[in-house]
Design a protein around this ligand. Structure first.
Ligand code: 28G
Length: 646
């Protein structure tokens, strides 16, 4: 069986009680993507999480309260916990120390491996062997029974059997490893990525102290994170730049059998979207699932019932789920045995008993909370009722646009210069600020597949607006109609009229502003557009070099010297004129095509959404009402572009 494993674990072979040797570590090296998702930076960081997860499992069992994660000077990772230490006694079945088995035997489970899943406290050590297989070296040290036991590996092979190397009065596990550069495209760890992930884990495991450290020369940093309040503090953290409507985060918890759930939530006044994060066994469930479903339906029911009872909702007035969650920041965290993760990315929780659990928690505990805290209940209800009215207004605004459009027989905005091709997969739309740039773009484009939409009029800061305002806005309405896919809940990817949506703005502060506003708009009202990878930023050149009749454009300041040298060619003293490009509007149609629009030569930057927490933060800070955090953010980042991507 070890040799013929093809990625599928047959039902009967897999069971919680019979975690068995399924294959050798060579399989992991042959197809690393199957085990860690990818060999890009994402995969690189994933192997750290695999090791840390084992330490967290130990903490969940109540045996460990401290974890350290260090990026070494040499680019290694060291993880230390103060748990019981991986057992070192010889196992009966294998005749080997448990430590060796944990690091050399591929266990069932893991996120990408197949059928089984790690459950806190259930499948200890899963993933350690995968990390070992993908490390050029790995050292495991266990402090236990007064001894320090050490074992060494290279690419999964044992290079030093388990040996006692000293005495100790501590207990715990220490693991040092170096990712294998034959496997990973890039072996450079990103401190911020590890730090953010560890902070999330510290929030999810109240009382656990996690320290991250970077020892690389010139980047020395250290952060210690410990949150007695757990997910309550997580919500406070997420809302730190917003304006909460009630002082205290609402915390609800409950259990049923072996499962437990906890929810923390707080409403904000200056926010019109919802921010919901959910986890199952500390794993982020980005696609939601049963716990989210239970939360949403109970939430809607409880607020409607409360509204009826208190007469705040009259007659047949009803709040929708969206109304009830406008401005909410909520964390749902559940723990369960045999978690079933579904969907393409395995990030949707499928266990239906968890829907019942979360629904019950919210129904019972939130109702009690509202009864006992009528002042808080009132602000929440008022927020939801206002949201409901705004949504009604939005519906009318939408109807009006539809009517108007059908009356005038014109669906597309007048200023849109559309392309001839109708297959959206082949077409692109340039969204351009200002009429003069719009003019050059229209002149320079290839009208077979490139459409141009110039923007005009006053922009709306969508961060401070609801859906109804968006529909009425003269600047955004043309964007919505040109793209053709609607907004908000109604957004329909399949109706999108162009598969490349390119924002073309100047490389200056104003250009950056319009780009940020448009991205905020897409993020809040057409999120799938960004998630689907349809949005790009055009990169107009910053510099223009002229030598006689020769002209060359340069985007990256770092490439300037090389470009000048190349232009001079043989004659190193030739006069090359350097000018800073003033704006899109000043380029003629020809230049614009050559530098920014010709698919053969242009540089497009795809806007990616790698981290919803970070993106939410950036938009809240840049577009929100609070001035101080905005100043701080701009000073800290000292650049104009919104970096949604990593
Ligand atoms: C520092 C890097 C990452 C870990 C433990 C502790 C135990 C353990 C780990 O057991 C499964 C079960 C018993 C052999 C369990 C210690 C029970 C009693 C443990 C870690 C197989 C593994 N005493 N701490 N695994 N055992 N920390 N940190 O990996 O039979 S993994």
């Amino acid at each position: 069986m070890a040799d013929s494993y093809d990625g599928n674990i047959a039902e009967e072979e897999y069971g919680a009680s019979s975690i068995q040797v399924l294959e050798g570590l060579e399989a992991v090296r042959k197809r690393p993507g199957m085990y860690i998702g990818s060999t890009s930076l994402t995969g690189l960081h994933h192997i750290v999480y695999e090791i840390v997860d084992n330490a967290i499992d130990e903490a969940l069992g109540g045996h460990c309260d401290e974890i350290n994660v260090t990026i070494g000077k040499d680019g290694t990772i060291t993880v230390i916990d103060n748990g019981r230490g991986i057992p070192v006694d010889i196992q009966e079945q294998t005749g080997k120390p448990a430590l060796e088995v944990v690091y050399t035997v591929l266990h069932a489970g893991g996120k990408f491996g197949g059928g089984g899943y790690k459950v806190a406290g259930g499948l200890h050590g899963v993933g350690a062997s995968v990390v070992n297989a993908l490390s050029s070296f790995l050292i495991a040290r266990v402090h236990r029974n007064g001894n320090i036991y050490e074992m060494k590996f290279a690419r999964g092979d044992i290079t030093q059997e388990m040996t006692i190397v000293g005495e100790t009065d501590k207990i715990g596990t220490e693991v040092i490893f170096m990712p294998d550069s034959d496997i990973f495209e890039d072996c450079e760890f990103c401190y911020d990525t590890l730090h953010a992930r560890m902070r999330e884990q510290a929030f999810l495991n109240a009382g656990l102290r996690i320290t991250t450290r970077d020892e690389r020369v010139g980047r020395e940093t250290e952060d210690t994170m410990m949150y007695e309040g757990g997910i309550i503090e997580f919500v406070e953290y997420l809302n730190r730049n917003k304006t909460p409507l009630h002082e205290n985060v609402i915390y609800l918890t409950g259990k049923s059998g072996e499962s437990m759930g906890e929810i923390a939530l707080q409403y904000c006044g200056d926010v019109y979207n919802e921010f919901l994060l959910s986890f199952a066994n500390n794993i982020n469930t980005a696609d939601g699932g049963m716990h989210e479903t239970g939360f949403k339906s109970a939430m809607t029911r409880v607020l409607n019932d409360y509204g009826k009872k208190t007469n705040m909702l009259k007659g047949d007035e009803k709040l929708t789920g969206e109304d009830c969650r406008e401005g909410i920041t909520a964390i749902i965290s559940v723990r369960l045995m045999d978690a079933q993760f579904e969907g393409q990315t395995k990030s949707k929780l499928g266990n239906s008993e968890i829907r019942t659990l979360v629904d019950n928690i919210v129904s019972e505990k939130l109702s009690i909370f509202l009864e006992e805290n009528p002042a808080v209940a009132r602000v929440i209800m008022e927020k939801a009722i206002t949201a409901s009215k705004a949504r009604e207004a939005a519906r009318k605004a939408r109807e009006n646009i539809r009517k108007k459009n059908s009356l005038e027989g014109m669906t597309l905005p007048g200023k849109l210069a559309d392309c001839n091709e109708t297959n959206p997969e082949l077409t692109e739309i340039y969204i351009v600020e200002g009429d003069s740039a719009g003019g050059s773009a229209k002149g320079g484009r290839d009208s077979r597949f490139q459409a141009i939409l110039p923007l005009w009029g006053k922009m709306l800061n969508v961060e401070k607006a609801r859906v109804d305002k968006v529909y009425g806005n003269e600047k955004l309405t043309p964007v919505i109609t040109a793209l053709g896919a609607g907004i908000g809940e109604e957004f329909d990817e399949s109706k999108l009229r162009y598969h490349k949506v390119i924002i073309m703005a100047d490389a200056d502060v104003d250009g950056s502003h319009i780009r940020t506003l448009l991205l905020t708009f897409f993020f809040r009202f057409m999120r799938p557009l960004i998630e689907g990878g349809y949005v790009y930023a055009a990169q107009p050149p910053l510099y223009k070099l002229t030598r006689g009749k020769n002209v060359r454009y340069v985007i990256d300041p770092e490439e300037l010297d090389t470009a000048i040298a190349q232009m001079r060619g043989e004659d190193s003293r030739a006069k090359v004129e350097l000018s800073r490009n003033k704006g899109l509007g000043e380029m003629d149609a020809h230049e614009l095509w050559d530098t920014t629009m010709n698919p053969e030569t242009r540089v497009l930057k795809r806007i990616e959404l790698t981290d919803a927490i970070q993106a939410d933060e950036v938009f809240t800070v840049l577009m929100g009402e609070k001035v101080e955090p905005r100043k701080e953010y701009i000073e800290k980042n000292a650049k104009y572009a919104v970096d949604l991507d990593t």
